[in-house]
Design a protein. Structure first.
Length: 546
């Protein structure tokens, strides 16, 4: 039975439950079966609904919002006809440990199994890319289960939770009795054992060359402050993974920058020659470990993570420490209170990549970023430039990239989500023309909401990193060098954006103030040569595909 027009439905209970659990923005794209969620959002003021132009991009918006706020975010899609498009965003959240609640309508209970439009087994479909799945079948306990989904999304290891609600249940009248009062529970945290921390301190004191490698878990665990105090007190060299970038001030003399495929050769060399690595909040995946070149048998790996599964995933020899990243940094600072690092020094490299337009862009952004600003980089070459050539001061500056999935088309929708997470900051995005073409429809969303995003489009009229692999690494011919030329500024203007085209360093320098002074959606097409040598190209040895 559907509710009468204007009366409360179970969808109202779902939205109310999200609000009481701390979710304040819901990103989505509607279908007939999920419309009750939209009407419910219109009837209250706690949870704001943001309408995207496709379910995939709504998921990326929510993922970026959660990554920056360190709180669960939510997205929605109509089941079957729209929900499969959200899978790339769920994969990113799953691999990057981003707390996310995904709501999708399901087939009505009375017609399930009778080939209703778009019907599919969503529980099975999303199993590989979510940490938990729920199908809610009755109104009783609806609020409790939705709130439980948000709690589970943020519990270590955090990640996406899928909640399927049959269409007829969403639209049915809400129960007349109020739900139980809700008291938010703090996320569970594992405190590192004192003897484990003392063992780490002993190994650090005895090391010839020690280095801290901070991953994205340092951001998710609100541990940047304790990490910075540890580094300041001990002088330990520190690198970050791409997702960990921004955790420390990269201008410090003992800050290596980013390690791995999206970092620098000098940072990779220092980590590879260290005899003691303290890895905090990182999965130690291929991109972060420079193609699994470390840890190697000659190194002691101290792996700190709040999830015991991550400590045993690869069977690394070394010292596993189960615990919250912030608690570990505080405890290690105390255990090393009379210690100052005196081992091998880090020698920065002279960049081997091109010093042209994109290099100047990274230099200008480094100088321009304020404390609350965010840079979003798309996958591929854009992530390489942001990881190696952009320098962050720490504070609340952030870089976010789709490192968990490597998905193109992330930067624009993620920038929209980031702007909602940081309304007091400026959002700058960097991406190639290939990825931008996959999400350009979200220019309308940014224009409709008047979000002051500035997107630097690196246009080489091809899939740059793919061409590098096909031609430079595999010895074949290009696969994307026949793309049609597109007038990107004209498209931006049609969407209501400000637009610029810059062709060289002088052009960017001349127009920089005009670009940054505007408070409206802005596209800056940077015309870059097809043979531009990006940081990725200088890290990956010839013949290897990272």
């Amino acid at each position: 039975m559907n509710a009468t027009a204007g009366s409360a439905t179970n969808a109202d209970e779902v939205v109310r439950a999200l609000g009481t659990a701390g979710v304040d923005v819901l990103f989505g794209f509607p279908g007939e079966t999920s419309l009750p969620l939209y009407l419910a959002a219109q009837r209250q003021s706690v949870v704001r609904h943001v309408l995207a132009r496709c379910p995939r991009c709504a998921g990326y918006m929510a993922e970026a919002y959660a990554r920056i706020t360190h709180r669960p975010a939510a997205c929605d899609a109509p089941g079957g006809v729209g929900s499969p498009h959200t899978a790339p965003a769920l994969l990113e959240a799953h691999n990057s440990a981003t707390p996310l609640v995904f709501l999708a309508s399901g087939a009505a209970r009375r017609t399930r199994g009778r080939w209703t439009t778009g019907e599919c087994d969503q529980q099975q479909m999303f199993a590989p890319v979510t940490k938990q799945r729920m199908r809610l079948e009755v109104a009783d306990g609806l609020c409790d289960r939705v709130r439980a989904a948000t709690q589970h999304a943020r519990a270590p290891r955090s990640g996406p939770v899928f909640v399927e609600i049959p269409a007829d249940l969403l639209s049915a009248p809400a129960p007349g009795t109020p739900g139980k009062p809700y008291l938010p529970e703090p996320p569970l945290r594992a405190c590192p054992r004192r003897d484990a921390v003392d063992d780490v301190a002993r190994r650090v004191r005895g090391a010839r060359q020690a280095v801290v490698v901070a991953g994205g878990g340092v951001h998710l665990g609100d541990a940047t402050g304790p990490l910075r105090r540890l580094i300041a007190a001990t002088g330990l060299p520190v690198a970050t993974t791409l997702n960990g970038k921004g955790a420390v001030d990269e201008r410090l003399p003992h800050a290596l920058g980013v390690t791995g495929a999206k970092g620098s050769a000098a940072a990779n060399a220092f980590v590879a020659t260290a005899d003691c690595i303290i890895a905090i909040g990182t999965k130690l995946g291929d991109k972060s470990t420079d193609g699994f070149r470390w840890p190697h048998p000659g190194q002691t790996l101290i792996h700190v993570d709040a999830d015991a599964t991550e400590l045993t995933r690869f069977g690394h020899a070394g010292v596993p420490v189960l615990g919250d990243a912030g608690d570990f940094c505080r405890a290690l600072t105390a255990a090393l209170r009379d210690f100052r690092y005196a081992g091998a020094d880090f020698e920065p490299e002279q960049p081997a990549w091109d010093g042209g337009l994109t290099q100047l862009l990274c230099e200008r952004l480094t100088d321009h970023l304020a404390d609350r600003d965010v840079v979003v980089a798309d996958a591929s070459v854009a992530s390489g430039w942001a990881g190696a050539a952009l320098r962050m001061r720490g504070a609340d500056q952030r870089l976010i990239t789709p490192r968990g999935s490597g998905s193109l088309g992330y930067a624009l929708p993620a920038a929209i989500g980031a702007q909602f997470a940081r309304p007091d900051g400026r959002i700058f995005a960097i991406g190639g023309d290939g990825g931008f073409a996959m999400a350009m429809h979200e220019m309308e969303t940014a224009a409709r909401l008047n979000l002051p995003i500035t997107y630097f489009l690196l246009n080489n009229q091809r899939l740059g990193l793919i061409e590098r692999h096909a031609v430079g690494l595999l010895g074949g011919r290009g696969v994307s060098d026949g793309f049609t030329a597109i007038d990107w500024p004209a498209i931006a203007t049609a969407f209501g954006w400000r637009s610029f085209r810059v062709r060289d360093r002088d052009d960017l320098a001349t127009r920089w103030k005009e670009i940054c002074d505007g408070w409206a959606p802005t596209l800056v097409e940077c015309v870059v040569p097809a043979d531009e040598v990006a940081p990725d190209h200088t890290v990956t040895p010839k013949g290897e595909v990272p």
